[in-house]
Design a protein around this ligand. Structure first.
Ligand SMILES: [Zn+2]
Length: 203
């Protein structure tokens, strides 16, 4: 197998990339100057060394010191609320809106509607543990902040069912952000005003 084929195979593992697009990426790289390709290779090689996953919220962040927690989990967060989002880019949007000052939890995906093993698609066990630990630090509300589309709706319902018994036992309220957003809304593309409004009107 040539380097062209092997690299194309690697690109095909990327989300949403098929054979033809993968090949186009390879030929694109061949057409670039060596500096671009060298820089890109170095960025990729460094990625896993400089970026780590937070043991509290599971988001990826630049490693600093020896803590396994990110700056948001350590510093400036109000431990009474925990916002559950689908992915790192959703976290970034909410953070940028400036309308929320509590803790976060990144689910790591959504559950396809016909999925037979839903628990394998998101960090549901980790979330349950996080809620249990959070209760010791005064957690009183879990905000489910998902996008508004069938897969996200399904995921939200699954999570609600999974955490309700524990939340009830610990006296923690479960609220939803999605109702403040219109149908088809992707959280990561929502502007600051929309997010702040949805947060204020959560139910
Ligand atoms: Zn964190």
């Amino acid at each position: 197998m040539s380097n062209i084929d092997s690299l194309a195979e690697a690109f095909m593992k990327f989300p949403g990339i098929g054979t033809r697009q993968a090949k186009r990426f390879v030929y694109f790289l061949l057409a670039q100057d060596p500096y671009f390709v060298d820089t890109l290779s170095r960025e990729i090689a460094e990625l896993k060394k400089t970026i780590v996953q937070c043991s509290g919220c599971f988001r990826f962040y630049p490693r600093a010191g020896t803590s396994t927690l990110c700056n948001v989990c350590i510093d400036d967060a109000d431990s009474a609320t925990l916002m559950v989002v689908e992915k790192d880019t959703d976290f970034e949007s909410v953070r940028r809106s400036g309308g929320y000052a509590g803790h976060y939890f990144i689910l790591g995906g959504t559950i396809p509607v016909l999925e037979r093993d839903p628990a394998s698609k998101i960090r549901i066990h980790e979330l349950l543990t996080r809620v249990e630990n959070g209760a010791k630090d005064g957690l009183s509300e879990i905000i489910l902040a998902m996008s508004v589309n069938p897969e996200s709706d399904f995921t939200r319902d699954y999570i609600t069912k999974a955490i309700t018994p524990l939340a009830e036992q610990l006296g923690i309220a479960i609220t939803t952000l999605g109702r403040g957003l219109s149908t088809g809304t992707e959280l990561e593309y929502s502007d600051g005003d929309t997010l702040r409004h949805a947060l204020k009107n959560r139910k």
